[in-house]
Design a protein around this ligand. Structure first.
Ligand SMILES: [Zn+2]
Length: 493
């Protein structure tokens, strides 16, 4: 049983309206989790009563004396003289509610107090000071966004999350994982309030309890955040991924993720990187092939699981038979929708393309190149292949632009036409662009990468190579993840 940490909350020149919201916020905070318990204290006397603003540097020592070494939060209606929302020093913080009701509400002031509680409490319990937190200068939705424009805090409330980078930093600086989970439970509530869903149960309640794997269910009911989401267009592709990433039996094996009230089935497991770091993964398939279904799947997976990295594995058509072999792996360094553009009559010039590419993160591109040049890694994959009727000994990895569209491509002229506009085109398929776009446009902005292997060349359709191609793609996905996860998790978010 975890010990409860008490937090003393003091009103300090707080208006009577705002005092009522403080009571409500304390109750909500205590109801959301059981690791921290906020206790309202009576208002202390302080000499700054007549001051129009509170100057943190001159009251800091007084408040620390009043708090007597306990975790303490002072809540005031007065503005802070530097216009910040809050300040923390050691185990003492002040939060100002000034201007909130007039300028920023809704969300109401109890929601604002809750998110500020989360922020100052994490700083109080870690061994960093507020200058060492590396807040995001640009708004990302993370609890540790700097919010140079005060209204940006509303985005933070709607997102209600702590980014992977900041979580890791807190874990390094003496915050316990269960303390982060407790704060995240409060943030879930803030998000519901900010989105006007205050009457609903917190999202974490949607986790199924019907799974046969009790350990896993417990894990999930506490925290749905995963490191990696692997998405596929087809069930047959997903099965190759689950096999390629077969977890060590002693850790866990793939188990279906319970009902999430979403429209897809996911599987989850924990695997290990080559340096034995745990990687928590969910994997799922879209309900149909094509861009729309893939965008829906990706968006849902990001919202439910907040992965740091989204990967896609599967099959594609090669773009150049003279340079590529069946089974070769295509890494989409960028992806675009080759159906996007304006269709005019042939007299007026026919199809006028308007391709807008989404590119992968530069560090991921470098890591993929390292893997592609690692002949041992590639040979290990080849050695695992057992079907002698298909020769994989010369397979290669191609890195470049991939075109996606809802059409199944069976027309060489059309391929050549796309290649006229995207000279280095390596392949065509039906999902990657939608996955990349959904990642870029999501509030959590995960990293993304797609590995698809060649099962045919357009105009030369064959089903013979589909399962072999799905296999090489899944194997490369697994090798890449195991070899590069330690570096990927260090990419700043
Ligand atoms: Zn952050």
């Amino acid at each position: 049983m975890d010990e409860t940490t008490e937090i003393h909350v003091y009103p300090l020149f707080l208006s009577s309206t705002e005092s009522r919201f403080l009571l409500k916020a304390i109750k909500l905070f205590n109801d959301c989790q059981s690791l921290f318990r906020m206790i309202l204290q009576s208002e202390p006397r302080h000499k700054a009563a007549g001051e129009p603003t509170l100057d943190w540097s001159s009251i800091e020592t007084d408040l620390q004396l009043l708090s007597n070494g306990d975790y303490s939060i002072f809540v005031t209606s007065k503005p802070l003289s530097d216009n910040w929302f809050s300040h923390t020093s050691g185990s003492t913080s002040v939060i100002s509610t000034s201007e909130w009701l007039e300028s920023y509400s809704p969300p109401h002031i109890d929601g604002y107090l809750l998110i500020e509680f989360c922020l100052v409490l994490l700083i109080e319990i870690c061994s960093l000071n507020e200058l060492q937190l590396n807040p995001h200068e640009v708004c990302t939705g993370c609890l540790f966004d700097f919010c140079a424009r005060k209204s940006e805090i509303k985005l933070k409330m709607r997102c209600g999350f702590i980014c992977a980078g900041h979580k890791e930093r807190f874990l390094q600086f003496s915050v316990q994982p269960n303390q982060i989970l407790a704060i995240e439970a409060v943030l879930d509530r803030v998000r519901d309030m900010a989105l006007g869903r205050a009457g609903q149960e917190p999202l974490s309640h949607f986790t199924s309890t019907s799974s046969t794997d009790t350990m896993s269910t417990q894990l999930l009911s506490q925290d749905r955040t995963v490191d990696v989401a692997i998405l596929c267009a087809l069930q047959s592709e997903l099965e190759m991924v689950l096999t390629a990433l077969e977890p060590t039996k002693s850790i866990s094996s793939w188990v279906p993720y319970g009902q999430l009230n979403g429209s897809h089935t996911y599987y989850e497991a924990e695997i290990r990187s080559i340096s034995n770091q745990p990687i928590r993964i969910i994997a799922g398939t879209a309900r149909h092939m094509g861009l729309t279904a893939c965008a829906i799947l990706t968006s849902e997976a990001i919202l439910f699981f907040r992965p740091r990295l989204v990967l896609m594995a599967g099959i594609a058509a090669g773009a150049d038979k003279t340079k590529q072999l069946l089974g070769d792996i295509l890494v989409a360094e960028s992806a675009f929708n080759y159906g996007a553009g304006k269709q005019q009559s042939n007299i007026d010039g026919g199809f006028q393309p308007d391709f807008r590419a989404v590119e992968i993160h530069g560090s991921l591109a470098r890591m993929v190149r390292e893997c592609a040049n690692d002949r041992k890694l590639v040979n290990d994959i080849i050695e695992r292949w057992s079907d002698r009727s298909k020769d994989l000994r010369r397979i290669n990895i191609h890195i470049g632009p991939v075109g996606s569209s809802d059409q199944v491509m069976n027309d060489l002229d059309r391929v050549l036409d796309v290649r006229k506009h995207v000279r280095k085109l390596i392949g065509l398929e039906m999902e990657t662009y939608a996955m990349y776009r959904a990642c870029v446009d999501s509030i959590h902005r995960p990293l993304y990468l797609s590995f698809k292997s060649i099962c045919d060349f357009a105009a030369e359709k064959t089903d013979d190579w589909q399962s072999c191609a799905a296999w090489t793609s899944a194997q490369f996905t697994a090798s890449f993840l195991r070899h590069k996860w330690d570096s990927i998790r260090k990419i700043p978010s």
